[in-house]
Design a protein around this ligand. Structure first.
Ligand code: SF4
Length: 110
């Protein structure tokens, strides 16, 4: 089972507990369709705008077993208020540069 570390938007922590992210991960649905059920080994926020802290948080999750990093849909789709992260591509690209190509990046959850 793929081990996944999830990064969420700190700005939406007080309006969403992340239930659906855990549900689709457990059921292998939505972003995990084709991968199957995954094990969530970490669920952290980006650390606040502009998302620089996400880089070391992603690295820490990989050091603790994550084989993939998922940017949760509050970041990339703007759930639940239709307001995607304006810093997403910079944050994602910095994470990729730090982790290298062997860590899979998943860009949404549901
Ligand atoms: S950087 Fe993006 S994901 Fe992080 S708190 Fe700001 S808007 Fe949310």
């Amino acid at each position: 089972m793929l081990k996944v570390g999830m990064i969420r938007c700190q700005q939406t922590e007080d309006m969403c507990a992340g239930n659906t992210d855990f549900k689709v991960a457990k059921e292998g649905k939505c972003a995990f369709e084709g991968i199957g059920p995954v094990e969530v080994v970490g669920f952290v926020s980006c650390g606040g705008c502009p998302g620089k802290r996400a880089v070391m948080r992603a690295k820490t999750m990989v050091e603790r077993g994550a084989e993939a990093i998922t940017f949760v849909s509050c970041i990339t789709k703007g759930n639940p208020i239709g307001f995607p992260c304006p810093h997403y591509t910079s944050m994602r690209d910095a994470v990729i540069r730090k982790l290298g190509p062997e860590v899979k990046i998943i860009e949404w959850t549901h």
